[in-house]
Design a protein around this ligand. Structure first.
Ligand SMILES: [Zn+2]
Ligand SMILES: [Zn+2]
Length: 213
């Protein structure tokens, strides 16, 4: 690839290249990557730099990749022609806000963005917890509500009568816990305690929490 003036960013030219015009710098860069010996370039253009450091003072390439904060083109340092330096887009940076094109960027904007994301996540977590608490409170509240006998469905009355038969004390004023009952709730396992509709059981139980109506 041959560079042209438009491909490079000359806003902060290295002091060691300041005696050269933009087109001369481009010429040097193209000569460097075109295989001309580095020493030859340094001598010809009178550049005061060691031959292994020449590429380090080249102006960066202007990428077709806008900074996500400034919307200016991201810049990419030119790599050594030996190619050992693994430069790619993650080495791109913004000369305005110092943002770099990778997830580890520590620029002010990225740090702020990460902080805001954390705050948002924490807020969502708290809202989720609050929602769960409201649901649980609602359930607990509904269990505290007594049910009028008249509101019980036929099925609920049936269950209630079964439970009462099994658990009502001789004085008819105390409902014993089902575990104390010697009388089976219902013949066969399909209507046993394990399959008893829990909601109906609770409603029936709460109905009698202050005594039999
Ligand atoms: Zn930027
Ligand atoms: Zn950044």
């Amino acid at each position: 690839m041959k560079y042209s003036v438009e491909d490079l960013d000359f806003s902060n030219v290295n002091d060691k290249l300041k005696h050269l015009s933009e087109s001369e710098i481009v010429e040097i860069i193209n000569a460097y990557y075109g295989g001309v010996k580095t020493n030859t370039i340094i001598d010809e253009f009178k550049i005061d730099v060691g031959k292994s450091s020449l590429y380090k003072i080249f102006p960066p390439e202007r990428l077709d990749l806008p900074c996500e904060y400034c919307y200016r083109p991201m810049l990419l340092p030119l790599k050594s022609k030996s190619g050992y330096t693994p430069y790619n887009d993650i080495n791109a940076y913004c000369s305005i806000c110092e943002h770099t094109n990778n997830v580890f960027c520590q620029c002010e904007n990225c740090n702020k963005k990460r902080e805001e994301a954390l705050v948002k996540k924490e807020k969502e977590r708290k809202e989720e917890l609050k929602k769960h608490k409201e649901i649980i409170d609602g359930i607990l509240q509904s269990k505290k509500t007594k049910v009028l006998e008249d509101d019980l469905s036929l099925e609920e009355r049936l269950y209630l009568s079964v439970i009462l038969r099994a658990t009502l004390s001789e004085e008819l004023n105390v409902i014993l816990p089902l575990a104390y009952s010697n009388t089976p709730i219902a013949p066969g396992s399909e209507f046993g305690l394990s399959t008893l509709n829990q909601t109906i059981f609770l409603r029936a139980f709460l109905l009698n929490s202050t005594g039999v109506r």
